[in-house]
Design a protein around this ligand. Structure first.
Ligand code: SER
Length: 872
């Protein structure tokens, strides 16, 4: 039996022999195409070559491409696990001709490889060709038909519809008719019952497409029109896992050596064999498949998160965890334990799995753990809710309950639906939507702003931002309006042009003032509303129709610029030190400090933080000049290495900010050279979500102030520890020594107090038949208590009042023997409260022992004098 690694190798070697250049797989995660999150076909990376926008590296190329079909036009997620031949992540073996060979060679080579090299029985194969389409005004692909006719009998050639035989990447882009090769792997008996040709393209699990040969000739425009491309190309894609199934004589992709090691590991971990129970088998297939998808995505830098591509990955992972939890009894993280098998199997071909194994493992384990917690709480609650629904005779979980599960327990609606379905219940989706809407309304109202209509002073459309070049300008007010929020009135002003930067891209808006005829109005903030730049003031100018001098608070702007430029350097340094999985997840820049959120799976070590700081400060000292491009075509910017942020929309031309090797797409304001930043200091590093860390840092004077204040503190220490080589160690020693000394002192105090015992007993007087002691002593409250209890056992007729002053505060304690207290109805608590009046304090306790504190030490003598009156 041919092993999967050899099958992949044979494919690539075959096309090498046909003069193809073998290239590595493109990343599976796409970061710069708003229309596509993940690579869904081998040809994605060649889109621009087909369109004639960029040259091909070689006229003939072949590879194996990591693909993920979980969103958009090609989405197989829900099938996965339930059938035996769909996957989220799969490998697509492909060969391409860019304006080189066309249908004849593509067909002949595909046939040669399958039947002569890989020796698939010709009798098992069928081919389809494009049968024409009227709406597109396309004829039947007789050219392809005629080539096939020479190598396969005509009753095995089928014409197919546009749906099956006209391949398109998405709604727009390169496309063309295609010819597919299908294989029938059913048993001979089954074949006798229904001929294979009747099952082609009928979703039969054993009569399946394995190879698609696309003859790319057109570009589909957004209008729907097909435009002939400048050249004709070939794009073929063969499902690697399916090919393995055929060559290894299996009936399921999951029975091949691509999946079996994973499945066996899952079976082993769960203690349940594969192939016994259908539901468990589905779960194992889901887990095996999803582990691949998630691992490859993480290796490509896409961590699970709460939105966009990150959320797709999170959902895939959660789907697997849910199946494992429900059907295989996994209640603790388990997927990460299977990872070594995957790496062992695929790490040679896809080295990114090997090099990032640790990252992948940690991210998966952390995600699993956090989702299992959610799952457990949610499932328990859902069980109660289901019972409640059933008891009340409802067929549905209410929308309100589903909403609570979602809102309070983070339990996704689709999961609630899935579990409810297993309990034979539905979910009131409409009710859920209403709740969601109401919640949105509530938060909207909480933030409600009462906005008056605009008062138009002058007509004017485009508001020009001139703040990259000017901090001061002559401006006119175009319009203004009053807003009221939380009982506060503010005014929003719109100028014809403005030097004020409006809050965006994480950078705070500018402040400053406008001035006319001696009247100065403060601009407290600048914001954006759609594309309008709005200046906030607390007061309207007396004459709004005047010309104003608008002045940006340059100190604050400069600080923001320092912090913004430092953020870019920080981003660069983090990627250098931690790796290119580091990606910006959010940032906040103002005059005070900077905050940068980024994908990274674990706490940064002190060494890493120091390294990043050092690197940034080195770049600061290098005083790199700002290289700013206001209008650069996005492709060019990316060639320079600028990273488009995931989920950000960019125009065709972008602003590029470059400081040496740090290149970013950015609309913010920056320093003219990095030296302005002066000094960079990280003040904190911590987690804000699974896989996302946050760094807070300061620059310029703020960093200097901190450094100086620390120097001062250290200087103070040094003055104390004059001769010490290691001050920190000395400080530790000191603290330790101090603790020891304190212990010794406490012990000595205690000893001393007990030593007083005999002296006190000797001073006892007989008063009204009671052994009476009332003394001032050098004690603290604890020692007084110890002493009182030590005296307690010496007689059952004792009345011991101790008075003391500590740190200027007077206190007393009173102990009365139990027998005495009972017989004479004495209550220590009451007596103490009464006596404490003399020291202007209060206290209390029990019948036999009580204490009090006060604020008037001079009152102690009075207490000692008065004490005997307390005995009746
Ligand atoms: N682009 C075609 C497909 O994905 C052939 O590679 O099926």
């Amino acid at each position: 039996m041919m092993k999967s690694v050899d099958i992949r190798k044979t494919f690539l070697e075959f096309f090498t022999s046909k003069e193809h250049l073998i290239v590595p797989s493109a990343p599976m995660v796409i970061k710069n195409d708003p229309t596509l999150m993940f690579t869904n076909a081998g040809m994605n990376q060649f889109k621009d070559v087909f369109l004639g926008n960029s040259p091909a590296k070689s006229p003939r190329i072949a590879d194996t491409q990591k693909c993920l079909r979980v969103s958009g036009k090609h989405n197989d997620l829900e099938e996965v696990g339930h059938d035996t031949y769909h996957h989220t992540m799969f490998e697509m073996l492909g060969n391409w001709s860019f304006g080189n060979y066309f249908k004849k060679e593509a067909i002949a080579w595909a046939w040669e490889l399958l039947t002569e090299v890989l020796k698939i029985d010709k009798e098992k194969l069928y081919v389809t060709v494009f049968g024409g389409d009227e709406t597109d005004n396309m004829p039947k692909d007789m050219e392809a038909y005629d080539f096939w006719k020479k190598i396969i009998s005509e009753d095995r050639i089928l014409f197919g519809s546009k749906k099956d035989n006209f391949w398109e990447m998405g709604d727009t882009g390169p496309c063309g008719p295609c010819s597919e090769i299908h294989v029938d792997i059913r048993s001979e008996e089954e074949k006798k019952l229904i001929p294979g040709k009747d099952l082609v393209n009928k979703d039969h699990p054993q009569v399946i497409e394995i190879w698609n040969l696309v003859f790319i000739e057109f570009n589909r425009l957004a209008s729907g029109q097909l435009v002939q491309l400048p050249a004709k190309h070939v794009d073929t894609g063969m499902g690697f896992e399916r090919l393995c199934m055929v060559l290894q004589n299996k009936k399921s992709n999951y029975d091949t050596d691509v999946f079996q090691p994973l499945i066996q590991e899952i079976a082993q971990l769960s203690g349940r064999p594969y192939g016994v129970d259908n539901k468990q088998d589905i779960a194992m297939r889901v887990i095996a498949d999803h582990l691949r998808a998630v691992s490859f995505a993480i290796a490509d830098g896409q961590l699970p998160s709460n939105n966009k591509a990150g959320y797709v990955i999170r959902r895939i992972l959660r789907r697997a965890v849910r199946y494992g939890y429900t059907f295989l009894g996994f209640e603790t993280p388990f997927m990460y334990k299977i990872l070594p098998v995957l790496v062992n199997q695929m790490g040679d071909q896809f080295t990114e799995l090997k090099s990032q194994q640790e990252l992948i493992k940690r991210v998966i384990a952390e995600e699993e753990a956090s989702f299992l917690r959610t799952l457990e709480t949610g499932i328990k609650l859902l069980e109660q809710l289901s019972e409640k629904a059933k008891a009340e005779g409802r067929a549905e979980i209410s929308g309100k309950d589903a909403f609570t599960l979602n809102d309070t327990y983070g339990f996704p609606l689709d999961l609630t639906e899935l579990i409810a379905r297993e309990q034979g219940l539905g979910v009131d989706r409409a009710g859920f939507d209403v709740e969601m809407q109401q919640q949105k309304e509530r938060s909207r109202q909480a933030a409600a702003v009462d906005t008056d209509d605009w008062v138009i002073i002058r007509e004017g459309e485009e508001v020009q931002f001139i703040g990259y070049d000017f901090l001061e300008a002559e401006v006119e007010i175009l319009r203004y309006r009053k807003i009221t929020q939380k009982n506060k009135t503010l005014y929003q002003l719109v100028f014809d042009r403005t030097p004020f930067y409006a809050e965006s891209g994480g950078q705070a808006g500018d402040s400053g003032f406008i001035e006319a005829n001696g009247e100065k109005i403060s601009i407290i903030d600048t914001r954006k509303e759609n594309n309008l730049i709005i200046h906030l003031t607390e007061k309207l100018p007396a004459q709004p129709e005047e010309n104003f001098r608008a002045v940006v608070e340059s100190g604050i702007r400069q600080m923001s610029a320092c912090n913004h430029s430092a953020t870019h350097l920080l981003h660069y340094a983090l990627r250098q030190v931690l790796g290119t999985h580091v990606e910006q997840k959010g940032s906040l820049v103002n005059a005070e400090n900077l905050r940068f959120d980024f994908s990274h799976f674990q706490k940064m070590t002190d060494e890493e933080i120091a390294k990043v700081e050092q690197m940034v400060n080195r770049l600061v000292r290098a005083n790199i000049q700002l290289d700013e491009h206001r209008e650069m075509p996005i492709a060019e910017a990316q060639k320079l290495g600028a990273m488009a942020l995931f989920g950000e929309k960019y125009g065709d031309s972008v602003r590029v900010i470059r400081f040496g090797e740090s290149v970013e797409l950015c609309g913010g304001t920056h320093v003219s050279a990095t030296g302005n930043i002066g000094l960079f200091k990280i003040v904190s590093e911590g987690a804000i979500a699974a896989g996302v860390r946050r760094i807070e840092a300061i620059t310029t004077e703020k960093a200097e102030e901190m450094a100086l204040s620390n120097f001062k503190t250290v200087g103070g220490f040094k003055a104390v520890f004059k001769s010490s080589a290691d001050m920190v160690a000395s400080l530790h020693d000191l603290v330790e020594q101090n603790a020891k000394l304190q212990k010794t002192i406490d012990a000595l105090k205690r000893e001393k107090a007990l030593g007083l015992k005999d002296t006190l007993l000797a001073s006892a007087r007989e008063i009204k038949g009671v052994k009476f002691i009332a003394q001032r002593a050098e004690l603290d409250a604890a020692a007084a208590k110890d002493l009182s209890f030590a005296l307690k056992d010496t007689s059952d007729n004792l009345f011991v009042l101790l008075a003391f002053v500590n740190d200027g505060k007077p206190g007393i304690s009173l102990m009365i023997s139990e027998k005495l207290a009972t017989e004479r109805k004495l209550n220590a608590g009451q007596i103490v409260r009464e006596l404490a009046k003399e020291i202007r304090g209060g206290g209390g306790g029990q019948t036999y022992f009580a204490t009090a504190g006060g604020s008037y030490p001079e009152g102690i003598d009075a207490i000692l004098a008065k004490a005997e009156n307390m005995i009746e």
